[in-house]
Design a protein around this ligand. Structure first.
Ligand SMILES: NC(=O)c1ccc[n+]([C@@H]2O[C@H](COP(=O)([O-])OP(=O)(O)OC[C@H]3O[C@@H](n4cnc5c(N)ncnc54)[C@H](O)[C@@H]3O)[C@@H](O)[C@H]2O)c1
Ligand SMILES: [Zn+2]
Ligand SMILES: [Zn+2]
Length: 371
């Protein structure tokens, strides 16, 4: 069938809209009419070729939509179901079988390969190769197909256009707290970076009973905003009395830290803010190797924990986040600004400039216009 997609054709180039052909679903695949798709920094990192997925490509990995058709072997969903599409994982390797699908042995190919693992595509643009299956979904379009594995059925009483970012950025921040660090009630936690991922971590910390929640950023508006989402303290990472302020909050330091900035000096500040036996979760994409004081880590018994996708099992965790949202304990809708498809490049720029925390593109507007 003919669909409309946003394509990145060249490194650092704009999203351009193209009419392309989409194949129907294979036996293990689901065809989805896309309602909306969030923009995550990983889309922009591929646009800029910091992550080397092949171009031209249909990006988008925070899709939500309605099941249009299913392949013969699909049992999880049926046409009409509301779904969120999350990251690709094989479901069969040892890590998938042990309940850690974000460390799937096939993660790279399934998320950044630019095609199915057998090398085929579902999107076709004349004789040109059009790379797809980005995060096993390529959701910047009016329709897509995705394997059943990463399609998550969701509560159809919640507005579907809000839900796509639960498939990546929001589950990453919330999962880092709820699934990875698991702070007990009354714990203290410090979150570096108050963007989509960090603010989700702050909301999760508040929802799970942390009583000291320190938001750190360099953007004063984001720090103000963090206070409305559960942060109890805010700090600018550049302020000269940073260490003294932490000591004034707790002379022994903080129980848990989360870094979403990927910056070496910030990760070191996160480590130095911890109390003995503290744990620092690392989420942000780092452009350079990290330099660490190993003696300090040893002496304090500290742990560093790399975290992909919030250690979440999407079929389990996304419904949990929706339940918290419905209970008023995880107001992630406050992070969102909707954009029309024609404004997708503006949405990307607003996200990079820190104007919008989580942009979502309403592809249902194109579907409405087409029908
Ligand atoms: N590990 C994963 O599975 C995973 C998943 C999704 C996103 N990510 C990564 O997480 C990171 C954060 O994503 P996001 O969407 O929240 O990005 P974002 O740009 O919305 O947020 C980053 C925040 O860090 C702040 N910041 C920048 N420099 C700082 C400094 N020196 N000190 C303190 N704060 C500083 C920025 O002002 C911004 O608010 C990105 O690198 C993204 O690629 C990782
Ligand atoms: Zn992402
Ligand atoms: Zn796997």
């Amino acid at each position: 069938m003919e669909i409309t997609v946003a394509v990145i054709k060249e490194k650092k180039g704009p999203f351009t809209f193209e009419k392309v052909q989409l194949d129907g679903p294979r036996p293990n695949e689901v065809m989805i009419k896309i309602t909306a798709c969030g923009i995550c920094h990983t889309d922009l990192a591929v646009r800029d070729q910091i992550y080397p997925a092949p171009l031209p490509i249909v990006l988008g990995h925070e899709g939500s939509g309605v099941v249009e058709a299913v392949g013969d072997e699909v049992t999880k969903v049926k046409p009409g179901d509301h779904v969120v599409i999350s990251y690709g994982h094989c479901g069969k390797c040892p890590n998938c079988l042990k309940g850690s699908p974000s460390y799937c042995y096939n993660f790279l190919g399934l998320n950044f390969g630019g095609c199915r693992t057998d090398g085929t595509h579902a999107h076709h643009h004349g004789n040109e190769v059009l790379n797809d299956f980005f995060f096993s979904q390529s959701s910047f379009g009016t329709y897509t197909v995705a394997p059943e594995t990463n399609v998550v059925k969701v509560d159809n009483t919640v507005p579907l256009e809000l839900l796509g970012p639960l498939g990546c950025g929001i589950q990453t921040g919330a999962g880092a707290v709820i699934n990875s660090l698991k702070p007990g009630p009354g714990s203290s936690i410090i979150i570096f970076g108050a963007g989509a991922v960090g603010l989700s971590a702050i909301m999760a910390a508040a929802a799970t009973g942390c009583t000291t929640i320190i938001a750190v950023d360099i953007n004063p508006f984001r720090l103000e905003f963090a206070l409305t989402l559960g942060a109890t303290h805010t700090l600018d990472s550049r302020q000269s009395d940073f260490a003294e302020v932490i000591k004034a909050i707790d002379v022994n330091g903080i129980d848990y830290a989360v870094d979403t900035t990927g910056r070496g000096e910030v990760i070191n500040a996160a480590i130095y803010s911890l109390k003995s036996k503290g744990i620092c979760g690392i989420i942000g994409a780092s452009p350079t190797p990290l330099s660490l004081d190993a003696n300090y880590l040893v002496g304090k018994g500290l742990q560093l924990k790399g975290i992909v996708e919030g250690d979440s099992i999407p079929d389990v965790f996304i419904p949990q986040l929706i339940a918290l949202f419905k209970a008023g304990k995880f107001p992630f809708d406050k992070l969102i600004k909707f954009y029309e498809p024609a404004d997708i490049n503006q949405a990307a720029e607003d996200s990079e400039k820190g104007i919008t925390v989580k942009p979502i593109i309403r592809f249902d507007l194109l579907n409405e216009n087409a029908s």
